[in-house]
Design a protein. Structure first.
Length: 413
């Protein structure tokens, strides 16, 4: 039996979508998937997408928004625009990294009526992904993208190619992360190693499945969808190409003890110190999360145990930053050493674009509970997001540092 649609053969093992049917009529392929679905987990952030024939608009768990603008080539049209729902319970996928990337929301389109020249490549559409904040190294997860039309005797197989054609502030590069059996990934394209007519389809045979990194800090990137037509007999009735995508972003996480709560940031062009490293690269999450205490490679505070001024005096800390946009720096010191960051323990500073240093200033409380405690620093473009010591932020970085509270120190007040 020949499978004529993505859901028939290519997607059943990795999309887990409701209402899957087979057949040549794409309008019936995803009957139970609405055009708008929002997924939530643990009462925290959400991952959602809306989708139409002209654009898909989504939100990542960190709050970064993405708009996908669709531009048809020639007579191409979107015959079906659906949402891939967020599903925190979705099983891992062997073709993806993070393996649980399909827990977030995405979108799936069916393109029809594009020019179909047998034995040749045919242009279908361009998709421009635009982010509300510049993001570093977004991962594009490609689900069963490809198509087939017709029956066992007369059909066309449409092998896909995804070409990276542009971006801002500069055209990035693709880098394969996982998956894509039967396909090769170059800096500018995901394309089949070779194409041929086939009697059945799956990942690696017609359909492309895998994860690619869009390298660099990007505000947007553009891909072109193409289809290679391999025809048997008289071919199928209608050219068809499914295209399904999800996104995940690099994040930086807190690493103070669990009592302080978790904070997570999408990595953008602003950071604390000199560098920021991506954390939890093996899984995506709908909720903020932390690393084991003291394990992150933070560099904004270089003195292992900074000492604090006498009570009633001001303690100031010059924090090195890289501010790609106007931002807000918030810092907390657990002065009473009660294992949490309280509102009265916060200091804040505005950070101008291109700044390299920001200064925080606390009044040291009395009495001072001497000993080792924790400091948290959060930098983000939206100050309101990081006014709390915990939760998601759509930009910047979080750092946690152990410091020492001492009544007397050779420091400047």
């Amino acid at each position: 039996m020949i499978c004529r649609t993505m859901v028939a053969c290519a997607a059943t093992t990795f999309l887990s979508l409701p209402g899957m049917v087979t057949g040549a009529h794409a309008e019936n392929a995803f009957p139970d998937i609405p055009a708008t679905i929002t997924g939530t987990h643990a009462g925290n952030a959400s991952s959602s997408f809306t989708n139409s024939v002209t654009a898909a608009v989504g939100r990542t768990p960190s709050g970064v928004r993405v708009t996908v603008t669709k531009t048809m080539i020639g007579k191409s049209r979107v015959a079906s625009a659906k949402v891939l729902p967020a599903d925190p319970a979705a099983p891992d996928d062997e073709y993806l990294i993070p393996a649980n990337a399909k827990t977030t929301a995405g979108f799936v389109d069916l393109y029809e009526h594009f020019a179909a020249r047998p034995g040749a490549w045919n242009d279908v559409a361009t998709l421009t992904f635009t982010f509300s904040k510049p993001v570093r190294d977004p991962h594009l997860h490609v689900f069963g993208t490809g198509g087939s039309s017709g029956d066992a005797g007369d059909h066309d197989d449409y092998w896909p190619a995804i070409e990276l054609t542009g971006g801002t502030p500069a055209t990035p590069a693709f880098a394969r992360v996982a998956g894509f059996p039967g396909y090769r990934t170059t800096a500018t394209a995901i394309e089949p190693e070779w194409t041929y007519p086939t009697s059945s389809t799956t990942c690696g045979v017609v359909y492309a499945c895998g994860t690619v990194k869009v390298s660099g800090i990007v505000s947007s990137f553009t891909v072109k969808l193409r289809a290679h037509d391999d025809r048997q007999g008289k071919g199928g009735p209608t050219p068809q190409l499914w295209a399904a995508f999800k996104l995940s972003l690099a994040e930086d996480d807190s690493d103070a003890p669990a009592s302080y709560g978790a904070a997570s940031h999408a990595i953008t062009r602003s950071s604390l110190g000199r560098t920021v490293t991506a954390d939890h690269t093996d899984a995506v999450s709908m909720t903020p999360r932390a690393l084991p205490a003291g394990t992150d490679a933070d560099d904004a505070v270089t003195v292992p145990r900074a000492r604090i001024a006498p009570t009633g005096k001001a303690y100031t800390l010059a924090v090195p930053v890289r501010a790609g946009s106007p931002s807000r720096l918030n810092g907390w010191i657990d002065f009473d050493r009660n294992g949490r960051f309280d509102a009265v323990e916060r200091a804040t500073a505005r950070v101008r674009a291109s700044a390299t240093t920001a200064t925080l200033r606390w009044t040291v409380p009395q009495p001072l509970h001497t000993g080792v405690t924790w400091m948290r620093l959060r930098l983000a473009t939206q100050g309101a997001v990081t006014a709390s010591p915990t939760g998601w932020a759509d930009s910047g970085e979080v750092e946690d540092h152990q410091i020492e509270l001492a009544r007397h120190c050779p420091c400047t007040n």
